[in-house]
Design a binder for this molecule. Structure first.
Ligand code: FAD
Ligand code: NAP
Ligand code: SF4
Length: 672
């Protein structure tokens, strides 16, 4: 049997789960409107079909005050039940099981009605919460219980009580946010009464045959968080109050330690759950950066936990569980933990999706239907856009030839995968290698396509996915061999000196800086090293699990420059940009804005900063100044009268990323 621990059933008394895989809670943006519930139902149904043991919805508020944002998803009134019923029916029809997460945002609520144990504003929301009165606390507990009762009416198999990540329950538990001195605060025992009462009264209300998962903050990663002894005491009290399972929560949202981005080691927090093993007898779930079956199996086999939670990996591949079970892990579309289409979307109030799987949360719209008429189609360029397009076209039944001048598939992902902390990009290339073969795409590598031979071949359609060319920057001395492009470094391995200036502070400029300062192998491959660098206390000897960070010395001295005003990196993605900025700061990279590039000579790079001249004494300059579309082939075909479809960087290079490239390739392929 493949992955015997992962596929061992889990007996919860009234129900036996078929395996140890939990699809963790993940907000999609579809929870908020009744009109979107059919889309949400299709999304969950597809994942139930893929064999996951148990799923948890995104956070649903038990009251208006508990909203994450105005008009967010809520289950507090009898007339809310019907829409949830559509979802549970769809999941049960596929043989799946689903719990509803009850999330009260407390002071993280992005609205003026927010409440908290005390009037202490959070650093990540503009609203100061109202402190709950003692009656308000009682009412809030009743709201949780009522929401659970309604969830049961709606057909859910259980609820998850969200007690971590810095939301209301966590705010009650931690002294930093609970400054009360009544029955609900003052010492640790009174601070934890709130969650214990919620679980106890919920269990009384819903009966024994209903799952209650409690998400327990086991590592707060903020000053004034819980001590380990308090965490153990709370876990025992939650078990005694009637929880069926305890899930692991890592880090408050305001923590300045990354917890799920791609540079966090795989299963890098499983040790936290392991520490609680033996303290309680109900099953424990490990979370964070578990994305492949061998990682999940290891966590279970080594006894760190009884179950594993994966949220984003199930967004990336709905059939994750079935593929693992049938020995086809190499066909899993792996979550690369980029956050670009999931969390970043949610923070922008957009519907979530997935960079590597644009169908996620769009199952009813982006369908894979057999082609009406089988065509011969050439796709030129096997970067992310071309690979996504070619494989989807072939899956629909077209005869597809994918041509690339390079000896390997992947385009720029072959450079991205070399960046320390971006090791996951290898997985996307592995996935597409299998997917292209499985769908029967004819692959021609090491073959530069030209207009004349494409015309002679007489394809029905030609898709141009030829990507981008790095933008050239001219200044006196820019033709010096010590002035390099990012491809000289990442594709051609040209040697780089000890002191380096990078021109351009976009995504690639930041990646280049990390490439130049970081030791190999990267800390993303070593939990102990990574934890030291970020100041995570793996002994849990300190409250909140925080120690002084101990970053390793940088490999080189680096300056990262941009012409525009303001902080470099301000335009990086919302949920990952701060990690890149903090990483480079820890590596003493000098980041400068409002820079003019004057010349490069034996002294170094002459620049102005806000008009003031400076010389950076560097051995090399690396240019990462954006890109231009590579349309040479498209233009040549147009000159021969052949119409083409442009996708990815070949279409628009500005603001291009792999999310847009894969999405555009997939959408075009669903229509041809
Ligand atoms: P490309 O990936 O550029 O692929 C184009 C392909 O066309 C190439 O393989 C090329 O060989 C081939 N080709 C060109 N002309 C011909 C021809 N005449 N005949 C045959 N083949 C031809 N994006 C993100 O979203 N997130 C990230 O974290 C991220 N990190 C990055 C890190 C680095 C270091 C780099 C360089 C890029 C990164 N990107 C990232 C950007 C991302 O890789 C690109 O947006 C994406 O690769 C664009 O895809 P594409 O298919 O349009 O083009
Ligand atoms: P980019 O994000 O557009 O950044 C280009 C940088 O070069 C900017 O800092 C720009 O700032 C500077 N620049 C532009 N024209 C210049 C010129 N003529 N002379 C000097 N400097 C110039 O492009 P990129 O870094 O090449 O990234 C390409 C794409 O890949 C982006 O869409 C990015 O999102 C994606 N990517 C994403 C990630 C990620 O982690 N999400 C990582 C890598 C790449 P000034 O104009 O202020 O100087
Ligand atoms: Fe994972 Fe990125 Fe997809 Fe989110 S967008 S699920 S992080 S691959």
């Amino acid at each position: 049997m493949n992955y015997p621990h992962l596929f061992a059933p889990l007996d919860l008394g009234h129900v036996v789960l078929p395996n140890r895989i939990l699809m963790g809670s993940m907000h999609t943006g579809l929870e908020d409107k009744a009109a979107d519930f059919d889309k949400l139902a299709a999304y969950f149904a597809e994942r139930a079909r893929g064999g996951v043991g148990l799923m948890v919805t995104g956070g649903i508020a038990p009251s208006i005050r508990g909203w994450l944002k105005p008009f967010g998803g809520r289950l507090s009134m009898p007339w809310h039940v019907a829409r949830h019923r559509r979802l549970t029916d769809a999941v049960h029809a596929e043989g799946g099981r689903i719990c509803m997460q009850i999330l009260h945002a407390g002071r993280y609520g992005y609205h003026p009605l927010s409440v908290a144990p005390s009037r202490v504003k959070s650093p990540i929301t503009p609203f100061t919460p109202k402190a709950l009165s003692a009656r308000g606390v009682e009412r809030t507990i009743r709201d949780f219980v009522r929401s659970a009762e309604l969830a049961r009416k709606a057909g859910y198999d259980g609820v998850e009580v969200m007690g971590s990540e810095g939301y209301l329950i966590n705010q009650f538990i931690a002294a930093r946010t609970n400054q009360r001195n009544d029955a609900w605060g003052g010492d640790a025992a009174r601070r934890m009464r709130f969650p214990v009462e919620i679980v106890r009264r919920t269990r009384e209300a819903v009966g024994r045959d209903f799952i209650i998962i409690y998400r327990l903050s086991m590592l707060d990663l903020v000053e004034g968080g819980q001590s380990w002894d308090e965490i153990v005491t709370l876990a025992k009290a939650i078990e005694a109050a009637g929880a069926s399972i305890i899930n692991t929560g890592i880090g408050w949202h305001e923590a300045r330690v990354p917890t799920i981005v791609t540079s966090v080691p795989r299963a890098g927090f499983a040790w936290v759950t392991r520490k609680l093993k033996g303290e309680v007898s109900i099953p424990l779930i490990a979370t964070n950066r578990i994305n492949m079956p061998e990682v999940a199996e290891r966590v279970l086999a080594e006894g760190d936990a009884d179950m594993v939670s994966m949220a984003r990996p199930l967004l990336a591949d709905p059939a994750w569980a079935d593929k693992a079970k049938s020995g086809q892990s190499e066909r899993i579309n792996t979550c690369i933990a980029c956050n670009q289409a999931c969390l970043d979307h949610v923070f922008q109030n957009k519907r979530a999706s997935c960079l590597v799987n644009p169908r996620a949360c769009h199952e009813t719209e982006l369908k894979i239907e057999p082609a009406v008429q089988r065509k011969r189609i050439a796709v030129i360029g096997a970067g992310p856009a071309g690979m996504a397009c070619a494989s989807m076209l072939a899956e629909r039944g077209h005869a597809v030839t994918l041509i690339d001048k390079s000896a390997e598939i992947g385009g720029q992902f072959n450079y991205a995968k070399r960046i320390p902390g971006k090791e996951e990009f290898h997985e996307t290339l592995r996935y597409f290698r299998h997917r292209l073969a499985d769908t029967g795409v004819e692959l021609k590598l090491g073959h530069a396509a030209d207009a004349a031979s494409l015309k002679a071949a007489g394809y029905d359609d030609v898709v141009i996915a030829t990507g981008v060319m790095p933008r050239k920057v001219q200044f006196p001395g820019s033709d010096d061999p010590r002035v390099l492009g990012y491809l000289d470094v990442l594709a051609r391995d040209q040697p780089v000196g000890q002191r380096v200036a990078i021109i351009g502070a976009g995504g690639i400029g930041f990646d280049m800086a990390e490439f130049l300062v970081e030791h190999r192998p990267s800390p993303a491959t070593d939990t102990a090293r990574w934890s030291r660098e970020w100041g995570v206390d793996t002994q849990q000897s300190q409250r909140g699990g925080l120690l002084q960070p101990q970053p390793e010395a940088p490999l080189r001295q680096v300056w990262l420059l941009q012409r525009s005003e303001g902080r470099p990196g301000a335009r990086l993605n919302k949920t990952t940009g701060w990690v890149h900025r903090a990483t480079l700061k820890a590596k003493q990279v000098t980041m400068l804005g409002k820079v003019g590039y004057e010349r490069f000579d034996g002294e170094g790079l002459h620049i102005t900063v806000d008009g003031q001249p400076q010389v950076l004494p560097v051995d090399n300059v690396v240019i990462c100044a954006g890109q231009e579309p590579n349309r040479e082939l498209a233009d040549a075909l147009a000159a021969l009268g052949i119409a083409t479809h442009l996708i990815g960087g070949a279409d628009v290079a500005a603001e291009l990323d792999a999310k847009r490239a894969i999405d555009q390739g997939t959408r075009l392929a669903s229509q041809l």
